[in-house]
Write a protein that binds this ligand. Structure first.
Ligand SMILES: Nc1ncnc2c1ncn2[C@@H]1O[C@H](COP(=O)(O)OS(=O)(=O)O)[C@@H](OP(=O)(O)O)[C@H]1O
Length: 433
């Protein structure tokens, strides 16, 4: 027996799409019979068979986990234990159903946008950093979701809390496109996390108390090298840019790591825990003004910077994302964030494809045409179909630019105790150098 299940697709402020799954399950059965007869050889002979097979298996699994009808699950499992081809055909039918369902949801969201009132609101999601950890990819790919609306300026970065917090909520609101009651305004400004203003988190909390906060961290050693390259290329006239232009990364590390060690030692003297060590928290943030180039190193001391955020934002409103994981499994992280934000999962892992040259994931919305097993896609076709991040992303992490292993080792030794403390603080071990 196939039970009717009510699937609540959107919980944010309003439950808005409810549908019966029995129709959905029935179409599986029809598709199964049809495919068994017609597609068996066609699918098996295709040269992209194994590629599409992987997508199908994953998506079938996704449906499997979202469908709570036991009857439907039983049918699905029966098919898994049948012949391989039966499973393929069945999975392809599932994914097509899923794709059509997704388009229908997106249509409903656009229809809601057209038929409901939109106003300028404060954001519901704020990315607070960390600089060079993948924050650009995070907001760009999240903005593929029809419910996420971002400012059109500076890749979604407003710098409001670092540059003009005193101008108040009216100014902050003005950065965002109008949103209706289902949509989420989002911005990210990477330097919020370790801004020189120690009160930034408390100011943000007062102005947007219910905002969900996204913090993307990454290996601080790799972050530092990425920042060094970024400042030299992007901001060559800034103090940090000038310093990076005048020093190789190795020279920079040799000069600044001992400097930082000394400053930390002097500041540490009486502290019992990182949380109580306000003196060092303030000292590190202050360096952004007094020795700006030192931020290439101090930004990676996450254990100090997270203290003020932890004080003002509850864990339930705060998600920490690993930027290294984001590079490796972009789509999986984007799916996890949609869950955290309580919005329907409309951007899928399967919408991300690795660029054949850079190795970074780019966006390509999966459609039925990508399931066509008879067509072998060339690399050129693939390249032109991908929506990748701008060229200034991906300068170091895929090995395009190198730092000497000695400099990286020196820096990673410096970070080790602070990383360990951060792992303890967050209850998660990251795979950093
Ligand atoms: N999909 C994809 N494509 C290209 N680049 C990617 C991607 N995902 C993550 N990254 C990594 O993002 C790094 C830049 O981080 P941010 O976007 O936070 O930089 S910034 O603070 O906004 O300047 C950037 O660092 P660099 O490699 O040093 O340029 C990338 O490694």
């Amino acid at each position: 027996m196939i039970m009717s299940i009510l699937v609540i697709l959107l919980k944010n402020e309003e439950t808005y799409v409810v549908e019966s799954m029995s129709q959905f399950a029935n179409s599986f059965v029809e598709n199964h019979a049809r495919y068994q007869h017609n597609k068996k050889q066609e699918i098996k002979n295709s040269s992209t068979y194994w590629k599409s097979q992987k997508i199908l298996m994953k998506l079938a699994g996704k449906i499997h986990s979202t469908a709570t009808s036991t009857a439907m699950q039983d049918k699905f499992e029966d098919n898994q234990s049948a012949t391989e081809t039966t499973y393929d055909a069945y999975s392809e039918a599932l994914i097509k159903t899923r794709l059509r369902e997704r388009e229908a949801k997106i249509e409903e969201i656009y229809h809601f946008r057209k038929t409901h009132f939109s106003l300028k609101h404060l954001p519901k999601v704020i990315g607070i950093g960390v600089k060079k950890c993948g924050t650009g990819g995070l907001i760009t790919f999240l903005a593929k979701h029809p419910l996420i609306r971002i400012p059109k300026i500076h890749s979604g970065e407003t710098f409001f809390f670092t540059e003009k917090p005193k101008t108040g909520p009216y100014t902050y609101r003005s950065y965002f496109p109008p949103t209706n009651k289902m949509e989420l305004g989002m911005e990210k400004t990477p330097i919020y996390f370790d801004s020189s203003n120690i009160n930034l988190a408390s100011t943000m909390k007062k102005m947007v108390p219910k905002a969900k906060i996204l913090l993307m961290v990454c290996d601080p050693t790799m972050r530092s090298f990425s920042d060094y390259i970024h400042e030299g290329d992007q901001h060559p006239d800034s103090l940090a840019g000038i310093v990076t232009k005048q020093n190789t990364f190795e020279e920079f590390i040799d000069k600044y790591v001992p400097k930082m060690q000394l400053l930390l030692q002097q500041s540490h003297d009486n502290h019992t825990s990182y949380a109580d060590d306000y003196k060092t928290q303030i000292m590190l943030r202050g360096l952004r003004k007094t020795i700006p180039e030192a931020t290439l190193i101090t930004t990676g001391l996450y254990i100090y910077h997270i203290q003020t955020w932890k004080t003002f934002y509850d864990k339930s409103n705060f998600l920490i994302v690993d930027g290294e994981e984001f590079i490796k499994n972009t789509g999986a992280v984007i799916e996890q964030i949609q869950e955290f934000l309580g919005i329907p999962k409309l951007v899928w892992k399967e919408d991300f494809v690795k660029h054949p040259d850079t190795g970074f994931y780019c966006y390509r919305k999966l459609t039925e045409k990508h399931l066509n097993g008879s067509h072998v896609e060339t690399d050129d076709e693939l390249r032109t179909s991908l929506k990748c991040l701008q060229k200034n992303k991906g300068r170091t992490r895929n090995g395009a630019k190198h730092a000497s292993p000695e400099a990286l080792e020196e820096l990673s030794q410096f970070y080790k105790p602070y990383n360990k403390a951060f792992y303890q603080e967050t209850g998660k071990t990251y795979n950093w150098l």
